[in-house]
Design a protein around this ligand. Structure first.
Ligand code: FES
Length: 132
């Protein structure tokens, strides 16, 4: 039988997300859509300019979305993992890391967990393109 339950962890991030916000002068912006459901994710990062290239750290991060509860919770977790990480580390965040933190997702909702990751990767790319 299909798993139709959300975990307690997912509900915690959905009801009380820490990172639903926009940033002042973001360093990079990533926007992606999910072709399966039409939802949109907008994610912003602020990069600490100390350090060099890929070793610069993400000092703040936030997102806004028209996504479902899974997308909101998963993106909140992505932000939690990415904050304080270097750009190199943030690029390596995986769906499995997110699913582990959420204590799983109903099978039909797995695709929602990648929206935040994709938006983060796009925001980093945006930052890197703007900064050579
Ligand atoms: S159903 Fe659209 S992101 Fe989950």
């Amino acid at each position: 039988m299909a798993n139709l339950e959300y975990s307690k962890e997912l509900m915690k991030h959905f009801k009380n997300p820490k990172y639903v916000k926009t940033l002042k002068n973001p360093s990079g912006i990533g926007e992606v859509g999910n072709i399966r459901c039409g939802d949109i994710m907008h994610l912003e990062i602020k990069v600490d300019e100390k350090g060099k290239g890929q070793s610069k750290k993400i000092k703040d991060i936030g997102f806004k979305t028209f996504g479902c509860p899974s997308a909101i919770a998963a993106s909140d977790v992505v932000c939690d993992i990415a904050k304080g990480k270097t750009l190199k580390q943030a690029k390596k965040i995986t769906k499995d890391q997110v699913l582990k933190k959420l204590k799983g997702l109903p099978t039909a909702k797995i695709h929602c967990s990648v929206l935040g990751i994709d938006a983060l990767k796009k925001a980093i790319k945006d930052y890197e393109e703007k900064n050579g």
